[in-house]
Write a protein that binds this ligand. Sequence first.
Ligand SMILES: N[C@@H](CCC(=O)N[C@@H](CS)C(=O)NCC(=O)O)C(=O)O
Length: 191
Amino acid sequence: MKLYTNPMSANCQHPTKLIEHLGIECEMVVVDLQAGEQRRPEFLALNPCGRVPVLVDEDVVFWESHAILHYLAEKHAPELLGTGPVSRARVQQWLSWNLAHLMPHMSALGFERRLKGMFGMGEPDEERIAREEKGLAKCLALMEQVLSEKDWIAGERSLADFSLASSVGHKLAGHNLDAYPAVLRWMDRQK
Ligand SMILES: N[C@@H](CCC(=O)N[C@@H](CS)C(=O)NCC(=O)O)C(=O)O
């Protein structure tokens, strides 16, 4: 099994954290995004969207981090998909919420604070940073409320925890979690 990945990407951390947790044997192939390797024909043949992560398992290829999480859980730890219809839908709810609501703020902050400079794309846009921080604070407040009452975001430990913890821990975003003690305790629980 091979995971095409990049260490700076939170989206790649979603499957990476699960692979590490389950002890799955998997070769990590780093795609140099700064050098544009994701736009090479051989990579586009794996993912026509030109993005990491991509998982190759013999003759099957998956892109989109959550599809990869699902495939790995189906094969190695089906309990992480949720048990029963309510629990499975609850896991889906949080996975969708991450990609639709939380992750865009993290990506924007990472871009403004770190990647823009690295790619020579100009100075950080402070107005955008303030807007994204505000949106992120709303998301983290919701997680804080839920995690004050339960150990895992969907009730039982699930794919949603692996995905959300990677997003919340996104190193490039430069955000501060001190105002969210329940989120911090949940982050510690992931280890
Ligand atoms: N929704 C996708 C997002 C994948 C994505 O945006 N990957 C970024 C790195 S975090 C990427 O490969 N960017 C390269 C580019 O846009 O050229 C997922 O969850 O896998």
